[in-house]
Ligand binder design. Structure first.
Ligand code: ZN
Length: 359
């Protein structure tokens, strides 16, 4: 599956309301997570390109849930979201300039830049969960924010993410601190030595088109220099914030120039491509009832009934009407089968083979 094909519809939203926990977990594993991973990988390659770096030197690709095959229990959990993105690498050598409160260097650095899907929509998150570090090490991050206040504010404004409410612990209860701006908040936090969980996020509501996902990816890239600075500080290096902002600006100017020159060229249209898009559009009008789609996948063991491929083979699962609606086919479980995108394109409306029975 290509990035351009990734989107999320109301069936995906409703999945998070499905009572059957096993079905929900399987759907996340075979359908939701693969799409979130495609968005993440696409973001990584664009980030590498734009900042001329290798993102995976300090970071690793995070997945939630992780679904280790040895842990059958992971399929009985009430998952309310699924997530993929970047987090600090699991390598104690990398972060040994930092110390936890117990005096040991951390195995992982809890900063992450992720895409999260839940009932509300698709969100982009920057989390900086610093609670386990000593106050001295935490001060490094506060100092960074104070030193680069303007640059960070610009990046935040540019990327449309917003600073979420902070909850400060006071007398064993959490309450929202009425801070005026981020810097005031940081100074206040440092003064009273309270460490909590600041985060930035933005959410796109369902149905989520590929164009909207593309915007979220560009916000991920715009926000990346802040996350990168956190990791560099944690690995005992100096930050590259201004250099990276410079590269971001260069890219922005170049992309405007490219857009201008493409306006001068006559637009070329690929007819066959258009035809496929029209077919897809027609397909999309035939909506399977919420959850029924997941039931079909579940019954067919999350495999294409024609070729046997699963999402592990890089395909996308589709629900196919055995007898098309136009020919009187019913919206019933028996009239559906699971096909991968490749087999689905090969099957025309005239072909009413029930591949599930044949196999
Ligand atoms: Zn197939």
């Amino acid at each position: 599956m290509k990035f351009e094909e990734v989107s999320f519809d109301l069936d995906d939203k409703n999945l998070f309301l499905v009572d059957d926990l096993k079905l929900r977990a399987e759907a996340i594993r075979h359908s939701i997570l693969p799409r979130l991973e495609i968005i993440t990988n696409h973001s990584i390659s664009l980030t590498n390109e734009r900042f001329k770096i290798n993102v995976l030197e300090l970071s690793t690709v995070l997945k939630f849930p992780n679904f280790r095959k040895t842990r059958a229990k992971e399929f009985d959990i009430d998952y309310t979201r699924s997530e993929a993105g970047l987090g600090g690498k699991r390598n104690v050598e990398l972060w040994k300039s930092m110390l936890k409160k117990n005096g040991e260097p951390p195995m992982i650095i809890p900063f992450s830049l992720t895409f999260s899907l839940d009932e509300d929509g698709l969100s982009f998150f920057f989390l900086s969960n610093r609670y386990n570090l000593t106050m001295k090490d935490n001060s490094l991050f506060y100092d960074f924010h104070l030193k680069y206040a303007d640059e960070i504010a610009n990046l935040v404004n540019e990327s449309k993410v917003s600073l979420q409410k902070y909850y400060a612990k006071e007398n064993d209860s959490y309450k929202i601190h009425p801070f005026i701006c981020f810097i005031d908040y940081l100074k206040w936090q440092r003064d009273i030595e309270i460490l909590d969980l600041p985060y930035f996020s933005r959410t796109i509501k369902y149905p989520i088109s590929n164009n909207e996902i593309e915007l979220l990816v560009s916000e991920f890239i715009t926000f990346y220099p802040i996350y990168d600075s956190y990791l560099r500080l944690a690995s005992g290096n100096s930050v590259l914030l201004n250099e990276q902002i410079g590269l971001l600006k260069d890219w922005f100017i170049n992309s405007i120039d490219e857009e201008k020159s493409s306006l001068d060229e006559p637009t070329k249209k690929d007819n066959s491509h258009q035809e496929i898009n029209l077919l897809k559009l027609a397909e999309a009008k035939i909506k399977v009832m919420p959850a029924l789609r997941w039931q079909v996948f579940q019954r067919d063991n999350w495999r294409c009934v024609s070729c046997g491929r699963t999402t592990d083979n890089g395909i996308v699962l589709h629900v196919d009407h055995i007898i098309p609606r136009s020919k009187g086919g019913q919206d019933h479980l028996d009239n559906y089968q699971t096909l991968c995108d490749i087999c689905n394109i090969g099957k025309s409306n005239k072909d009413q083979t029930n591949l599930r029975e044949r196999n």
